[in-house]
Design a protein around this ligand. Structure first.
Ligand SMILES: *[C@@H]1O[C@H](CO)[C@@H](O)[C@H](O)[C@H]1NC(C)=O
Length: 467
């Protein structure tokens, strides 16, 4: 139950969207108001297959015939704002949380690396990692550590060697996949993508842990991949898969480990549950996705989707792969149409500085509450699809974070988080059941009876100006 934090920034975002559209910036009025696709200048959806050769690489002659594609204006705002937010995350954490970061990076210190290196010497390695007893040093009495963590030290740990082994196996599988699937991504590109993910998770994971809000590195790594592998949209997608998805999966893992710590689940049980869940999830997701794609193909290919199904994620993944992977130089270099998209990283890097300075000299203004990464990133929020569902999001946030919290602080403390966890769990189960039983993941759809709030067959947001 969070969300009121970015309410002001989300509303600023709506104003920016409208301003961009009515001022026809980036020819916005030629295209739909909200969309994640690429378009011809006349507003027809861009046919990317006409610029790709048989290896799915961009062919310059074909590109010259078709002309460069355009984004919807609101999508450009989204790109600008996520870039601002991402860059601001790094500066913000370096300014405000230097000490926490120092702890997170302590493994980089020469003495620690030396110790690890000793342990990695052939004769010192415990090859039978499954025999590791995982018993950890107990904390000294005077040591100031988190009480939840202190409780956890009583359990045998899931040793690092288990995680290393998982990493090595996953790395090998990924290498086989990129070569066997003709991904056009070379091995060194894969290594770079994994390195990027490793560095990012330490910053983004920290922001997520502090605020409960994660910021996506997707647009950033799409750009890096675009510069590393120009003209190769397929390589771009694989690069993004192994960097962006790695970070989001790592955030989920960290979140679950944290919940495991709060509920005092033994670390080895958490580890086993994660591994089994990942295997089952991979198989289940594969069949689910295939079933949904077969039965809802038309809706998934449409720009808007419905309130239930939408292809916006894969569509934007695809548009970004074409734009960044295929046309990074033509669209985003200095002097080109969307040059401000990469420039916004530089602006984002300095965005937190003024608030930090103000706080140093005028601490009573409480500018330490201003999380510029989140304010920036959410300006471009809700740039696609059907969005009225966030009303319930804010309704619950105001109810819990404002009404209950200010009027019944004791009840809030006692019940807020447990109710939130229960609602989360319940929602996930319901989504699964509803998708298949009612909403047509397996074929037949049983629509909710039409009324003012369920505009069946029309636009669910009752948006009057789709174009
Ligand atoms: C828009 O331009 C593209 C490419 O030149 C063309 O294929 C398409 O038919 C045009 N659409 C309209 C509505 O004129």
């Amino acid at each position: 139950m969070k969300g009121s934090v970015f309410f002001p920034s989300a509303s600023t975002g709506r104003i920016v969207f409208v301003a961009v559209f009515y001022n026809n910036i980036w020819k916005s009025q030629n295209f739909p108001f909200l969309s994640q696709l690429l378009f011809y200048e006349n507003g027809t959806v861009y046919d990317q297959l006409l610029i790709l050769n048989s290896n799915f690489e961009v062919d310059p002659t074909l590109l010259a015939e078709q002309g460069l594609p355009y984004y919807a204006g609101t999508w450009v705002v989204y790109l600008l704002s996520t870039n601002l937010g991402l860059a601001a995350t790094f500066t913000h954490l370096l300014l405000w949380n230097r000490d926490d970061l120092r702890d997170a990076w302590s493994w980089m210190s020469p003495s620690y690396l030396h110790k690890q290196w000793q342990e990695l010497r052939w004769e010192n390695v415990n090859w039978k990692f499954w025999n590791d007893d995982g018993i950890r040093e107990q904390p000294r009495k005077d040591e100031d550590i988190d009480p939840h963590y202190a409780e956890m030290l009583k359990y045998p740990d899931a040793p690092n060697s288990w995680y290393y082994t998982t990493f090595v196996v996953a790395f090998a599988v990924a290498l086989v996949v990129i070569y066997k699937s003709n991904s056009t991504l070379p091995w060194w590109g894969f290594v770079v993508s994994v390195l990027l993910a490793t560095i990012s998770i330490l910053f983004l994971g920290a922001l997520y842990a502090i605020t409960g809000i994660g910021i996506s590195i997707q647009t950033f790594v799409q750009m890096i991949a675009g510069y590393l592998h120009p003209g190769k949209p397929m390589a771009n997608m694989y690069f993004v898969l192994y960097s962006y998805n790695t970070v989001s999966q790592a955030s989920l893992l960290l979140r679950d480990l944290k919940i495991g710590q709060y509920t005092k689940l033994p670390p080895r049980a958490s580890f086993a549950a994660q591994i089994i869940g990942t295997f089952l999830g991979a198989i289940l997701n594969y069949f689910l996705m295939n079933s949904i794609i077969d039965s809802q193909r038309e809706i998934l290919l449409s720009i808007e989707g419905t309130n239930i199904w939408s292809g916006q994620q894969p569509q934007q993944y695809n548009s970004q792969a074409i734009a960044w992977g295929g046309l990074s130089h033509e669209l985003f270099s200095t002097g080109m149409r969307y040059q401000w998209v990469p420039f916004s990283y530089l602006i984002g890097l300095v965005a937190p500085v003024p608030f930090w300075l103000v706080h140093r000299y005028w601490p009573r203004l409480r500018t330490d509450y201003v999380y510029t990464p989140i304010v920036c990133a959410f300006i471009g929020w809700l740039c696609v699809g059907i969005n009225s569902s966030v009303l319930s999001f804010f309704a619950v946030a105001f109810l819990s974070q404002w009404w209950i919290r200010t009027r019944y602080p004791h009840r809030f403390q006692k019940y807020n988080y447990i109710v939130a966890a229960a609602l989360d769990g319940g929602t996930q189960v319901m989504v699964f059941i509803l998708s298949f039983a009612v909403q047509g993941a397996a074929g037949t759809v049983h629509l909710f009876p039409a009324w003012w709030g369920a505009n069946q067959g029309g636009n669910y947001d009752r948006c009057l100006s789709l174009r």
